[in-house]
Structures are given as structure tokens and as C-alpha cells.
Design a protein around this ligand. Structure first.
Ligand SMILES: *[C@@H]1O[C@H](CO)[C@@H](O)[C@H](O)[C@H]1NC(C)=O
Ligand SMILES: *[C@@H]1O[C@H](CO)[C@@H](O)[C@H](O)[C@H]1NC(C)=O
Ligand SMILES: *[C@@H]1O[C@H](CO)[C@@H](O)[C@H](O)[C@H]1NC(C)=O
Ligand SMILES: *[C@@H]1O[C@H](CO)[C@@H](O)[C@H](O)[C@H]1NC(C)=O
Ligand SMILES: *[C@@H]1O[C@H](CO)[C@@H](O)[C@H](O)[C@H]1NC(C)=O
Ligand SMILES: *[C@@H]1O[C@H](CO)[C@@H](O)[C@H](O)[C@H]1NC(C)=O
Ligand SMILES: CC(=O)N[C@H]1CO[C@H](CO)[C@@H](O)[C@@H]1O
Length: 312
């Protein structure tokens, strides 16, 4: 009841606040090319991938698919959606270290012409809102008996300030698959508690904004399906297991990270090492993204179509 009246109140204010400045814009312009993706020119660092070039694992879709309508000006679209895929070659070896054979992953990291480190303090202080829209690639679907982590901010300790998860949460030993919530898109906090879930319907854009209050360590979630403007679905909630300051900051990732299933033929120690061991089918699978950007939310949050609400 309290939450509902809060939502009604903020919706009523929608017309009166102005949008906060965009601190980093990952909405792919039409001049962005596959060669730019391969050489980290533009807004994405594309190093988290397998052995092939970035353009093997990602496609700029041009006018073949309209991006989320939320940010399209009346004069037409300025951005093209991007598909991000994995296949059996998508084994990432961080810094030339041990290949992560348990995972298959391709992720884009927010950056300015390859520089991600200097961007982190810009997009991760005060209150900032992480906007992203994603949809299924119906020709290359995910396998929802697996867990996928598809959007997250990762500090150096490998934790996630928040994360978007699809599929069946990984467990050791393996539980009943697919899990009851396998077909839901789930937003989890740093402690991996569920903050919000919605059906991951194919053929629709799933639009999110996550407000991170970096000082008070809270998360708030806004969501809409397809052409509806964003609305608040989770009011600011404590996220106190996240660390304060630089230790709590990290790269903003989006893409496809597929966890394995536990392999019954592995030793117990190997079964406990999700990064390097487990079952992967090696299938080609993808998600499509648009509307990815970070906004200064110290005063307001954009809902789409030029609408804003005061920050939460
Ligand atoms: C694409 O165009 C935008 C806007 O005109 C410009 O800021 C950007 O540098 C261009 N990007 C590339 C990769 O050429
Ligand atoms: C990546 O692209 C470059 C330039 O097009 C090409 O020379 C190289 O062979 C490619 N690498 C792979 C692994 O395909
Ligand atoms: C998939 O990749 C793994 C690790 O490189 C390899 O062991 C396996 O044979 C590959 N599977 C297929 C079907 O290519
Ligand atoms: C966000 O906006 C606030 C209020 O205008 C300002 O004080 C702050 O410096 C801005 N943050 C960034 C990173 O620009
Ligand atoms: C999905 O993963 C399960 C578990 O490994 C496997 O049995 C199934 O064949 C996979 N489905 C597809 C379409 O690859
Ligand atoms: C957030 O933290 C600031 C400073 O620590 C405090 O003044 C403010 O009341 C807090 N806001 C909320 C909503 O908790
Ligand atoms: C919603 C919520 O309160 N999530 C977690 C935020 O962090 C604290 C501290 O670790 C957890 O106890 C909460 O469950």
C-alpha cells in the first residue's frame, strides 16, 4: 500500500523534473562499425570474449530491428541495437590466465575508446541510474536450464553491485531443471537477494533503470515492457553488503555469461569450481541490447519519451 501510493506520487510528478546529464552513452550510433568493436573504438571495451574477434560475437543490427522506443526522438531513431552471442569458442582467459572453461561469455564493458578505468568514478558516485533494454534473439535462444548473468557491475572482488539473471540459478548439487523461475528476468542485489522479476517474454524489449545510491548503498529498480515508459517497481532498498568507495566500484558489463551445470564425472573439488569446470553444450546463443546508458540521477531519472521523475 505504502509502495503503491509512492509510485502514484512519483508518476504524478513525471512532467516536472528535467533529465539528468548522460554520463556515458552506450546507445550504438549508426556510424559505429564492427571494426570499431574489434579495436575498442567508441563506447565499448570488448575484451571479455573467446578467441575470435569481437565482431564474431557481436553484430550491429542497423535498421533491421528497431531499438527500444523509449529514447527514440520523434524525428527517427539515432541508435541501432546490438546482438551479443556466445558459442563454444567463448572461453575467456583473463589477462592470459587460466581459461574459464566452466563459462561461455561475451560481455561489453562501458568505456570511452577503451578507457574503462577513468569512467568508473564518473558513473559510480552520488546517485546514478543504469539504463538498459534487452530482448531474446529468437533464432539463437538461451538454454534456460542454465544460469545466465547478463548485466552487472563487478568490483575487483568479483561480486556484483546488482545483476540481471536469466534461466535456472546454478546450484551444486544440481536441482530440478529448469527451475520454476527459469523464464523470468530477475534483478538481484549484491547479496543475491531478488529485488524484481518479470516474465522474459520473447519478442518484447525488457527496459530497466537501476538507481544506485553509491553513498547510502541502496538500489531502486524501474522496469517496463516494450513501449511502456519505465515505472518504479522496487523502491530504494538497502544493499549494505556492497562496499563503500573504490572497493565497491567496478566495470559495468552487459552481454551473455552462461554458467555450466555441475558435471557428475568431475571430482568434488572440480565440482566446486564453477569458473573452470562443468557441462557446457557449446551452442550458439544470443541476446539483443539497446538503450544502454548511465544517467546522473542526483535529481531525476528518465522514464522514456522525455518523461522524468525526481530521483528516489
Ligand atoms: C559517430 O557520430 C557521433 C555523433 O556525431 C560522434 O560523436 C562519434 O565520434 C562518431 N563515432 C565514430 C565511431 O565515428
Ligand atoms: C580478426 O580480424 C583481423 C582483421 O580483420 C584479422 O586479420 C584476424 O585474422 C581476425 N582474427 C580472428 C581470430 O578471426
Ligand atoms: C567445446 O569446447 C571445449 C573446451 O574448449 C572442448 O573441450 C569441447 O570439445 C568443445 N565441444 C565442441 C562440441 O566443439
Ligand atoms: C551529478 O549532478 C550533481 C548535481 O548537479 C553534481 O553535483 C554532480 O557533480 C554530477 N555528477 C557527475 C559525475 O557529473
Ligand atoms: C540445454 O542444456 C541441457 C543441460 O545440459 C541439455 O540437456 C540440453 O540438450 C540443452 N539444450 C539445447 C537446446 O542445447
Ligand atoms: C543518504 O546519506 C546521506 C549522507 O550520508 C544522508 O544525509 C541522507 O539522509 C541519506 N538519505 C537516505 C534516503 O537515506
Ligand atoms: C533488499 C535487501 O535488503 N537486500 C540486502 C542488502 O544488503 C543487506 C546486507 O548485506 C542484506 O542483508 C539484504 O538482504
Amino acid at each position: 500500500m505504502h509502495i503503491l501510493s509512492h509510485i502514484t506520487m512519483v508518476t504524478t510528478c513525471a512532467a516536472f523534473a528535467t533529465a539528468g546529464p548522460v554520463l556515458w552513452d552506450g546507445r550504438a550510433r549508426f556510424n559505429l562499425t564492427g571494426a570499431d568493436l574489434n579495436s575498442n573504438v567508441g563506447p565499448f571495451l570488448t575484451v571479455v570474449k573467446g578467441s575470435e574477434n569481437a565482431s564474431h560475437y557481436s553484430s550491429l543490427l542497423g535498421p533491421t530491428l528497431a531499438p527500444t522506443p523509449l529514447w527514440a526522438p520523434r524525428s527517427g531513431h539515432l541508435e541501432q541495437p546490438v546482438s551479443i552471442s556466445i558459442d563454444n569458442t567463448s572461453v575467456f582467459a583473463p589477462g592470459g590466465g587460466a581459461p574459464q572453461l566452466g563459462f561461455r561469455r561475451t560481455e561489453f564493458i562501458a568505456a570511452n575508446n577503451g578507457d574503462h578505468a577513468d569512467l568508473i568514478p564518473v558513473i559510480e558516485g552520488g546517485k546514478t541510474a543504469f539504463h538498459f533494454s534487452l530482448r531474446a534473439d529468437t533464432k539463437r535462444p538461451l538454454n534456460l536450464t542454465h544460469e545466465y548473468q547478463v548485466v552487472f557491475i563487478e568490483p575487483n572482488d568479483g561480486s556484483h553491485v546488482f545483476e540481471v539473471q536469466l534461466g535456472s540459478p546454478y546450484t551444486n548439487p544440481t536441482g530440478t531443471l529448469p527451475s520454476a523461475d527459469a523464464h523470468e528476468i530477475k534483478l538481484r542485489d549484491h547479496a543475491l537477494d531478488l529485488l524484481f522479476a518479470a516474465p522474459f517474454t520473447p519478442g518484447a524489449w525488457h527496459n530497466f533503470a537501476v538507481q544506485v545510491d553509491w553513498t547510502n548503498r541502496t538500489l531502486a529498480v524501474l522496469y517496463s515492457a516494450d513501449a511502456a515508459p519505465l515505472r518504479v517497481v522496487t523502491p530504494p532498498s538497502p544493499n549494505l553488503s556492497a562496499q563503500l568507495g573504490a572497493d565497491g566500484q567496478g566495470d559495468f558489463h552487459f552481454g551473455v555469461l552462461k554458467l555450466p551445470l555441475v558435471d557428475p564425472n568431475d571430482t568434488p573439488t572440480e565440482q566446486g569450481d564453477v569458473v573452470h569446470f562443468g557441462i557446457q553444450e557449446g551452442t550458439t546463443e544470443a541476446l539483443i541490447y539497446s538503450g544502454v546508458f548511465v544517467e546522473n540521477a542526483s535529481h531525476s531519472i528518465s522514464l522514456g519519451y522525455g518523461l522524468t521523475i525526481p530521483s528516489l
